[in-house]
Design a protein around this ligand. Structure first.
Ligand code: URA
Length: 201
């Protein structure tokens, strides 16, 4: 299913409605995959018939979409993590240099037990991801409590992220070939946010 949804997202002839729908459905799959990294505890619940051993998330979960493309993953993740709190980090990518700069930050208060899931569909150079992780770590979140979720990653961005934060857990749908001269992912899917929000030139 993941490959089928990726085909729809990559195809330049995909309509916006199909694009939203594929992005949403892929978001559910990634939410499920990310849950494998969230701490759990064993609990016993009472069914109408007998006690049953089950697992329960151990900590509270904070979702942090990186604006603006990360918003596309927020809705499926909120549907899955129904008690999650949400914080926002806004990163602007300079069109010429591809360097990310912070323009907005609104994070809830954290405890060291919270699991933080950062959402950003495209990991190109890794610049926005690294800048966001710096902010989270300086707010007191432990690296090993952060799960980074993306849809497409370039090997260059993944390598930069892993070398800066070796304890980070990463969930990505597909890893592509490389970056082009403009730091776009090849073959990629174009500008994720522009296609999702309908702001292509
Ligand atoms: N952001 C995108 O939306 N696409 C890319 O290929 C790189 C960064």
């Amino acid at each position: 299913m993941k490959n089928e949804l990726m085909r729809i997202l990559r195809d330049k002839n995909t309509t916006r409605k199909e694009y939203w729908s594929a992005s949403d459905r892929l978001g559910y799959i990634l939410a499920l995959e990310a849950s494998e990294h969230v701490d759990r505890k064993q609990v016993v619940v009472q069914t109408p018939l007998a006690p049953a051993a089950c697992s329960q998330f151990n900590s509270s979960i904070i979702l942090v979409p990186i604006l603006r493309s990360g918003l596309a993953l927020l809705h499926p993740f909120m549907n899955y993590y129904t008690n999650a709190r949400v914080g926002f980090v806004g990163m602007r990518r300079d069109e010429k240099t591809a360097v990310a700069s912070l323009y907005y930050k609104n994070l809830p208060s954290f405890t060291s037990d919270d699991d933080v899931i950062v959402l950003d569909p495209m990991i190109a150079t890794g610049g926005s991801a690294i800048a966001t992780l710096e902010i989270l770590l300086s707010s007191g979140i432990a690296e090993e409590k952060i799960i980074f979720v993306g849809i497409v990653a370039a090997p260059e961005g993944l390598a930069a992220l892993k070398s800066a934060y070796p304890k980070l857990r990463l969930v990505v749908a597909q890893i592509d070939e490389k970056l082009n001269a403009h730091k776009f992912i090849l073959p990629g899917l174009g500008d994720f946010g522009d296609r999702y929000f309908g702001t292509e030139q």
